[in-house]
Ligand binder design. Structure first.
Ligand code: AMP
Ligand code: MG
Length: 536
């Protein structure tokens, strides 16, 4: 009888060291079958990826490969496509889907879980850092409910690019190693309007120290599974927050406080760069304070705090840009509620929520100052200055990213009664400029110039300070859509081109100036550019 030989591993795969602590330490669903069900008394179910027809690697992040000790550029792309589509499960992997619940749009939704994400295992790199590898779109699991467990190319390109863009922008986020086409077609009704179409299927390999969400704790509390809740909290503290010490009542408090401050820090970053998550349900909140689950997210173009990219959210606009700080607080409150069974003295939980509010306020105030290149804080004066700026930005359609970037270049000594040409570039509709708006803007510029003068900050120093927090390049909605349109036609070059530009979002890249351009008019109301839906 001839033996079937398995091709040997290369590209660093042969070096991967797995330590699958989640499945080792926490209770498993005893049912091995892959059918949808309510999973009680467990943190996860064993679930293998569904093999796909013809996996093809079309996106690869060398930085994430580096984190995992993989080769920066794999020589054998087919092998990587096999492994990161889930077709080839390595012997040390232990694939599983997590059980979690969540509040969706403010309502308790019960069990959700990894309905299309499968965790392959936890890699420990040469420096002892732990990273979970997770395939999104790898097929059905017990948590798939009525859906197919798959993901399409357009949403996978968006997740792949945005994860990496956010990282390079300095925002805490899950990462993305790879983007693989499955070679299969997936039916999707993009806007839930009765027009389903076949789209290319794809899988992203996401990477994070942990994919545990607020909802993992919530589901256990909601079912009264308090022993398991304690096990999950203890495991999370030991694995992801070892600096806090061995689990104890005090450590529980410190842990919740840490979750509150890291979440505040993440939200400050979102507000700094104009990122709108779009679906901040509690199942989409990472316990590590990382941005997670890139779905119907978007970037502010014209500065509009009421904007939400998510068509599912168009009615209540719960997840609009300006509401994100309050939603994060509400989500932390739901996490706190789920911890009450372990923390009968609820004072530390309340303190955590207060800490969130204070950390956000403090962080946001500092960020506002830095965005303007200011050093010293004069709380009342800064607030007036920033509030008036926001009012001005909102009054006529003004591109947030270009405005702040160009403001850094305006010579404050050369102001006159005209709006500087650099700022005019940020307007979508210069015809909206009224004499009142010009006057108001100039009055603001004068006040700002006076403030800078009182601090004695020179032009160069101010520009450097501002440019370090105001990005030149973000993943503009229309750019992601252009990369998707090309990829749909089989041209994947714009994916790597964008990945490359977004590696240095704060640097001037003169040959890449086109990627810093304002949204073109054709993209104003185009699906994918200004409107997105959940779960594609
Ligand atoms: P999301 O809106 O992406 O955060 O997803 C909410 C829930 O729906 C999660 O439990 C997902 O796993 C699940 N889900 C979303 N899309 C799919 C899909 N295509 N197949 C199975 N489950 C899905
Ligand atoms: Mg989700």
């Amino acid at each position: 009888m001839s033996q079937v030989s398995i091709p040997s591993l290369s590209g660093g795969l042969e070096r991967l060291k797995f330590d699958n602590s989640f499945v080792r330490n926490l209770p498993a669903d005893p049912e091995p079958g892959n059918f949808r069900r309510q999973v009680r008394g467990a943190c996860f179910s064993v679930a293998r990826p569904t093999p796909v027809a013809q996996p093809q690697l079309i996106g690869w992040s060398r930085e994430v490969a580096g984190l995992l000790d993989l080769d920066a550029e794999p020589a054998d792309r087919d092998l990587m496509a096999q492994v990161f589509s889930g077709n080839r499960v390595l012997p040390e992997m232990a694939p599983y889907a997590m059980c979690y619940g969540g509040h969706q749009f403010g309502n308790w939704a019960g069990q959700l879980g990894d309905g299309r994400a499968i965790n392959l295992g936890e890699v420990v790199n040469h420096a002892g850092q732990r990273h979970v590898l997770q395939l999104k779109g790898a097929g059905k699991t017990p948590y798939s409910r009525t859906a197919d467990g798959l993901a399409v190319l357009r949403s996978s390109v968006r997740e792949f690019l945005c994860s990496e863009a956010m990282h390079h922008l300095g925002v805490p986020t899950t990462r993305a190693l790879s983007l693989v086409l499955t070679g299969e077609q997936v039916m999707r009704d993009m806007f839930y309007d009765g027009n389903p179409q076949r789209e290319p299927g794809a899988i992203v390999c996401r990477v994070a120290p942990s994919f545990t969400r607020f909802g993992n704790f919530q589901i256990l509390a909601s079912r009264g599974e308090i022993d398991i809740l304690r096990q999950l909290v203890d495991h999370t503290i030991r694995t992801d927050f070892p600096q806090l010490g061995e689990p104890s009542p005090e450590v529980y408090s410190r842990w919740f406080h840490t979750v509150c401050t890291t979440t505040a820090d993440m939200i400050v970053h979102w507000m700094r760069i104009g990122f709108v998550h779009g679906v901040m349900n509690t199942d989409n909140m990472s316990i590590l304070g990382q941005t997670i689950d890139y779905g119907p997210y978007g970037w502010l173009e014209n500065y509009d705090p009421d904007w939400t990219p998510n068509t599912t959210d168009a009615g209540g606009k719960r997840y609009r840009f300006g509401h994100q700080p309050q939603v994060a607080m509400w989500n932390l409150l739901q996490l706190a509620n789920s911890l009450v069974p372990l923390m009968p003295d609820t004072d530390p939980l309340q303190q955590g929520l207060d800490l969130y509010a204070d950390s956000f306020q403090q962080g946001w105030r500092n960020t506002q100052m830095t965005k303007l290149g200011l050093y010293t804080s004069d709380i009342a004066a800064d607030k007036t200055l920033f509030d008036e700026l926001v009012a001005i930005l909102m009054a006529i359609e003004t591109d947030m990213t270009i405005f702040f970037r160009n403001l850094a270049r305006v010579e404050m000594d050369a102001l006159n009664d005209q709006i500087p040409a650099l700022l005019i570039e940020a307007y979508y509709r210069p015809d909206q400029l009224t004499p009142e708006h010009v006057e108001r803007t100039n009055a603001w510029l004068m006040a700002y110039a006076a403030r800078l003068k009182s601090e004695g900050t020179g032009h160069e120093a101010r520009a450097a300070r501002m440019n370090a927090v105001n990005p030149k390049y973000v993943l503009r909605n229309y750019l992601a859509q252009q990369a998707i349109d090309k990829a749909t036609e089989g041209n994947y070059s714009m994916i790597s081109e964008l990945l490359d530009v977004l590696r240095k979002p704060y640097d001037e890249q003169p040959e890449k100036e086109a990627f810093a351009a304002k949204r073109p008019d054709w993209a104003r109301h185009k699906p994918g550019c200004s409107m997105l839906s959940c779960s594609s």
